[in-house]
Design a protein around this ligand. Structure first.
Ligand code: ADP
Length: 161
């Protein structure tokens, strides 16, 4: 049984993340979506909110689990005996950061392997920050995030639609 993790901030989960998770779930026996507890940017959603939106949006994929981690990703995945790290690539702009991150994780945990998946072209522009920006000013995010996320975003920003 080959298990993989898909770590990220998921603040909040978007349809781009879900596209990557669906692809991962077709390749690996189990995908564990791992929400980072300690992220450098101040999140809009609490850890509990990010977890619960992911759980609700992913309930239709049986081989996907949602969990969170604190501290170094490599320490956590060593503990749960997982070696595959899935990351998503959008444009060339993602490459430098992802490359550095993958090499750092390899240095810290040589048995680990980062696997990059590319989402559908319709999601390549999509990011959590863009979705937050649109929702904040009352724009339509319905095609960009799962329904439960759109609802939560409008609630957070006190937007009536
Ligand atoms: P992080 O803060 O760790 O970058 P994110 O939640 O922003 O966490 O992203 C998690 C992973 O998903 C990253 O590898 C990111 O490049 C990827 N990702 C985010 N949005 C998309 C998208 N629309 N298409 C493909 N990959 C994506």
């Amino acid at each position: 049984m080959i298990r993989a993790v898909y770590p990220g901030s998921f603040d909040p989960v978007t349809n781009g993340h879900i596209d990557i998770i669906q692809r991962g779930a077709k390749i690996y026996d189990e995908v564990i979506v791992l929400v980072a507890e300690n992220i450098s940017k101040i999140p809009l959603f609490t850890l509990e909110e990010r977890l619960s939106m992911l759980r609700e949006s992913l309930q239709h994929i049986p081989n996907v689990k949602v969990d969170s981690f604190k501290g170094l990703l490599v320490d956590y995945i060593k503990k749960i005996d997982v070696r595959i790290i899935i990351r998503g690539l959008r444009a060339v702009s993602d490459f430098e950061y992802e490359f550095q991150q993958a090499l750092t994780n390899k240095k810290l945990y040589p048995e680990s392997e980062t696997v990059f998946l590319i989402s559908d072209i319709k999601y390549t522009f999509l990011s959590s920050s863009m979705v937050k920006e649109i929702a904040k000013f009352g724009g339509c995010v319905e095609d960009l995030v799962p329904e439960c996320v759109a609802k939560k975003l409008y609630e957070k920003f006190n937007v009536k639609r």
